[in-house]
Design a protein around this ligand. Structure first.
Ligand SMILES: Cc1cc2nc3c(=O)[nH]c(=O)nc-3n(C[C@H](O)[C@H](O)[C@H](O)COP(=O)(O)OP(=O)(O)OC[C@H]3O[C@@H](n4cnc5c(N)ncnc54)[C@H](O)[C@@H]3O)c2cc1C
Length: 485
């Protein structure tokens, strides 16, 4: 029996409302329901429930494959997976009427619109006399449990994380149910394909994107084991180098709940560090999971920050809404190699290295003065790990208007960032083939090497820089001065 206890009586008929938790391991809603009787896992594609932040194109691609994989995992245990399309309240009510289920359970979510949906469902089902139970399944610490001495939410990471670490250990993960008993009568279900989640364009974008990934719980765990065996020991330094596989690539798996953060936490804690540096790397990795917690806690307490700056003075920032410049950035045609490599990696793989996310976000919001919300939207549509909490924090942090944000005057220089973090130029050459003949660090300043067949200044394969960084930097600082006053 786990810490939530069994559901006491057995032979309950429980609908498990699956959302961003496509997993059997450490799925408290599933484990608790399976222990108590018959179960029916259900997924409802309720596009309106997401408010203004319905899943973007890349997320839908992952979801399509993730639902298929999860359905197969359940089928192996002889458990059907019912898929529906429509309003969550209506579909759950129909399912209860069709099956005689007496309870609905789920793992909590923290996005503002989705929380409102869950509340609406709770209220409706309570009116119908149906029991509802929700579980903490997707974070290490629930947002209302970590606060300052004054009882406020933290807005600075270091004290936030210290408080988390000094508090109770996160709950241990649940093991997958050893046996599961499905409802005897299975209600009608759509197929995953019926949800029509894949794009209809002529190009091969979604297929080539998903080729970079293996979707599903099994793949998530294998990849994580590989990271723990090979890379976590060097994480402290390697995590900043986009040219090598130095990070865990867990972000899309976490987003769709194909792995739980508690399971990751407990696996990392069980490692035996072989040196002080190894320990430092482990602590650094745990702290990154801490940033994920911080982001979710912030979103919970400041739900308006998906669209509005946390620091109110930034509401008057003199942004530029130049859509042509935005498009150059989106297409990876800014003329700054590290920025273009990042934007092309995003398009090709649905993912971008964290260091490069910071560089491209700084370039958009500071060199081009384009509002962070426009960058956040593009990321939202193109990232397979698009996550409202992490994306909001990442963009507000880089733009200087969020919690614990970088001081505004720290404006990344895209050339020196490239030279420092991609010193052999391998990352740029991977994604910007026009520059593949340039060797080593020179790839970051192609304008110094005007070799006609490789790089034709202004009129050739690779564009001139769209802005001169030092001028753009001064313009950004002047813009900031206006709101400081
Ligand atoms: C502008 C911008 C936008 C971002 N948008 C997203 C997003 O939509 N979804 C997303 O998951 N992350 C986002 N991040 C955070 C970070 O870039 C990714 O989590 C990370 O690159 C994922 O790769 P990984 O799993 O290999 O990370 P690892 O370095 O292996 O870290 C492990 C996990 O820790 C968490 N994590 C790491 N860094 C951060 C961070 N800075 N903030 C919050 N959590 C973190 C993630 O869950 C990540 O999977 C964004 C960062 C920036 C600067």
């Amino acid at each position: 029996m786990h810490q939530f206890g069994s559901m006491m009586s057995t032979n309950r008929k429980t609908i498990i409302w699956i959302r961003n938790d496509l997993r059997l391991q450490d799925n408290p809603a599933l484990a608790t329901a399976a222990e108590a009787g018959e179960i029916l896992p259900v997924y409802i594609w309720d596009i309106d429930s997401h408010g203004a932040w319905a899943p973007g194109a890349a997320s839908r691609v992952w979801l399509h494959h993730g639902l298929h994989t999860f359905r197969k995992a359940l089928a192996k245990a002889n458990v059907p997976f019912v898929v529906r399309d429509g309003d969550s309240v209506q579909e759950l009510r129909k399912l209860i009427a069709e099956t005689g289920a007496d309870r609905v359970v789920w793992n909590r979510r923290y996005e503002p619109a989705l929380r409102a949906t869950d509340e609406r469902v709770k209220k409706a089902l309570a009116e119908d006399g149906v029991e509802v139970q929700d579980f903490p399944g997707n974070l290490l610490f629930e947002p209302w449990t970590v606060e300052t001495r004054a009882g406020d939410p933290y807005k600075v990471f270091t004290p936030f994380w210290r408080t988390c670490l000094n508090g109770e250990e996160p709950l241990p993960p649940f093991t997958a149910p050893a046996t599961m008993q499905a409802f005897a009568d299975v209600p009608e279900s759509l197929t995953v394909d019926d949800l029509d989640l894949l794009p209809h364009g002529e190009d091969d974008w979604d297929r080539s994107l998903i080729r970079h990934w293996e979707v599903g719980e099994r793949a998530a765990w294998d990849r994580f084991q590989e990271f723990l065996d090979d890379a976590v020991a060097e994480y402290d330094e390697d995590r900043d180098l986009p040219g090598i596989d130095g990070t865990s690539l867990m972000s899309p798996y976490l987003q769709f709940g194909e792995i739980s953060v508690r399971r990751m936490w407990s696996a990392v804690r069980a490692l035996s560090p072989k040196s002080d540096y190894h320990q430092k790397s482990i602590d650094r990795y745990l702290a990154e999971l801490g940033w994920r917690e911080f982001a979710h806690h912030l979103l919970y307490h400041f739900p308006e920050t998906t669209d509005q700056p946390l620091r109110k003075e930034f509401e008057d920032f003199p942004w530029s809404n130049d859509l042509v410049e935005l498009e150059h950035w989106q297409q990876g045609k800014t003329g700054y190699p590290i920025v273009d490599a990042g934007m092309r990696q995003l398009w090709r793989e649905g993912w971008m290295h964290n260091r490069v996310r910071m560089i491209v976000a700084s370039f958009l919001t500071k060199d081009l003065l384009i509002p962070w919300q426009m960058g956040a939207r593009w990321f939202w549509d193109t990232l397979v790990d698009a996550n409202l909490a992490n994306n909001t924090l990442g963009w507000q942090w880089t733009a200087g208007c969020g919690a614990d944000a970088a001081p505004y005057f720290r404006i990344f220089n895209p050339v020196t960032q490239g030279q420092r973090y991609d010193p052999d130029g391998s990352y740029v050459r991977e994604y910007v083939p026009e520059l593949k003949e340039l060797e080593g660090v020179e790839v970051h300043e192609p304008w110094l090497r005007i070799v006609p067949e490789l790089y034709v200044n202004g009129n050739g394969q690779y564009p001139d820089p769209m802005v001169e960084h030092s001028l753009a930097r001064n313009r950004a600082l002047m813009a900031y001065d206006r709101i400081k006053k």
